[in-house]
Each structure stands twice: as C-alpha cells, then as structure tokens.
Write a protein that binds this ligand. Structure first.
Ligand code: FPP
Length: 259
C-alpha cells in the first residue's frame, strides 16, 4: 500500500543528535497580546494556533515526542475570564485541529488531572486521545491542569494506597506512577518568553534535561527558533552526573555517585 505523504517537507538543516522528547513551556502569550493592544485571550488563541506550526516543524525534523504545558494547576488562580478563555481554547483547539492532526499521524495524549476540567472538555480530550491512539508519527502530550509537585505527591499517595513499605518507595516506583509513566524523560526543555524557570512543569522528569530559553514570545516562536534550539541541543555534552570521557555504562560506583 502506498504510504501517504505526511507534513510537506520544508528545507531543513541536518541536525544530530536530535532529542527524543522535547518539553515546551509556551510562555509570552499575554505580552504578545499586550504589544498589539489586544486582550490577553487573543494572545492565547495565537499561541494555540502556533502550536500547529511547531508540531509540523518538530515532525519534519523527526522528533518523535513533544509535551506542551498548556494549563498549570496554578493557572486556576488567574482572573476567571482568562481561565475560561484558556479552557475554551482547549476545546476549540480540538474542534479546529483534531482531524488534520490525526491525518498527519499525530498521537494526542493528555497529562494532568482531567477530572477538574469542564465535562465537555474532558470528553473532547478523551475522544481526541482515543481517535489518535494508533498514530505513530509524533506524540503530543498536552499537559492541561498539570502540576509537577502534585504529580509527585499523587504518585507517592498511590504507593501508600497500595500498602508500600519504606523500602518500596524507590525512584522507579515513583516514576512509574507519575502522569508520564512509560514515557522517556524529556531530553530538551524549551521555554519561550524570556523567563528562565521551570514553573512546576515536569519537576521530577526534568532532572537531567537540557534547557533552552528563547526570548521569542510563544505566538512568534517559529521554525528558525526551533532549528536554533535543536542545534544548540545537538552541541551539548550530556553527562548525567559522570565526568568527561565516561558514559553511563562506565559507572564505577553505584550509590552516591552523582557529583
Ligand atoms: C503562558 O503565557 C501561557 C499559558 C498560561 C497558556 C498556554 C495556552 C495556550 C498556548 C493555548 C492553549 C493550548 C492548547 C493546546 C489547548 P502567559 O499568559 O503567562 O504570557 P505572559 O507571560 O506574556 O503574560
């Protein structure tokens, strides 16, 4: 059977190695709107639209997984109108883009507490996840109502509920109960908008992640910015707590060797 062409292939710089999993903090929507004398929700809308472009570029490069921070547990504290606008955008994003994303081989996943979201958004997200499960071109994990600390607390609560003893509380036991269980840890985390912090995103999972901070506001973050982030990543030397010349398999000592 003929293989359907996926996203049109744009001119791409060759970059290696590429990250397997890129996490993104999509910051700067409010300032983008403010610069244009628009209400903040227009910035979020432009940001949601930009996500399509960003997925296309990462897909073209062959990056197999993205996780985007769309709504944090702390974002509930924003003005009610803004919270409602972001929740509405979540629904609209699915309405407007699901069939095209599906056609292009994007597998959608949700991470975070789905049950506090409006029922219509919950069911749309479940439908989008179910509809795209068999896709394997790129996975898009949408963190919506997600908080990194809450994720860890929840994992430990699960362990206790299972009757875990102190010696059962291991890194593997916690990692396999996080919202990201089974996913590779992010190799690269990109934050747009000029700020340089993690803001309670993948607190556990980003322990050995490389960071790239971009001054671009999220709605303006485009193909050239993505290429620059990937190029910078490809030039980093990842050491995972070891020294130059060693790799993870050369480890001499077991515990406590994380200098
Ligand atoms: C941070 O910008 C952005 C958010 C809190 C929301 C991100 C949401 C979207 C991109 C749209 C929803 C996307 C999907 C997939 C449903 P900010 O408001 O903090 O910007 P500022 O720092 O300039 O004020």
């Amino acid at each position: 059977m003929a293989v359907e062409p996926q996203f049109a292939a744009p001119a791409l710089p060759e970059i290696a190695p590429l990250p397997t999993h890129v996490a993104i903090i999509m910051d700067g929507n409010g300032r983008w709107a403010q610069q244009r004398a628009l209400p903040r929700h227009r910035g979020h809308r432009a940001g949601a639209d930009n996500l399509r472009t960003v997925i296309e570029r990462f897909t073209a490069h062959g990056v197999p997984m993205l996780t985007v921070f769309a709504f944090s547990t702390e974002n509930w504290g924003r003005p009610r109108t803004e919270v409602e606008a972001i929740l509405r955008l979540g629904s609209e994003f699915i309405d407007r883009h699901l069939s095209e994303l599906d056609r292009q081989g994007v597998r959608l996943q949700h991470i975070g507490a789905v049950d506090r979201l409006p029922r219509s958004l919950q069911s749309k997200m479940r439908r989008a996840v179910a509809q795209t499960q068999a896709n394997d071109r790129i996975t898009l994990n949408v963190a919506f109502n997600y908080g990194g600390r809450a994720d860890i607390v929840h994992a430990v609560q699960l362990l206790f509920a299972e009757g875990a003893r102190p010696e059962d509380i291991t890194e593997d036991a916690i990692a396999s109960r996080l919202a990201t269980a089974g996913l590779p840890e992010p190799d690269l985390l990109i934050r747009t908008g000029g700020e340089r912090r993690l803001s309670n995103f993948l607190v556990w999972q980003a322990a050995y992640t490389e960071y790239h901070f971009s001054a671009a506001l999220w709605p303006d973050f485009g193909a050239a910015d993505i290429d620059a982030a990937l190029l910078e990543y490809s030039q980093r030397r990842r050491r995972f707590g070891l020294v130059p010349g060693q790799d993870a398999d050369d480890r001499q000592l077991e515990a406590g060797d994380n200098a």
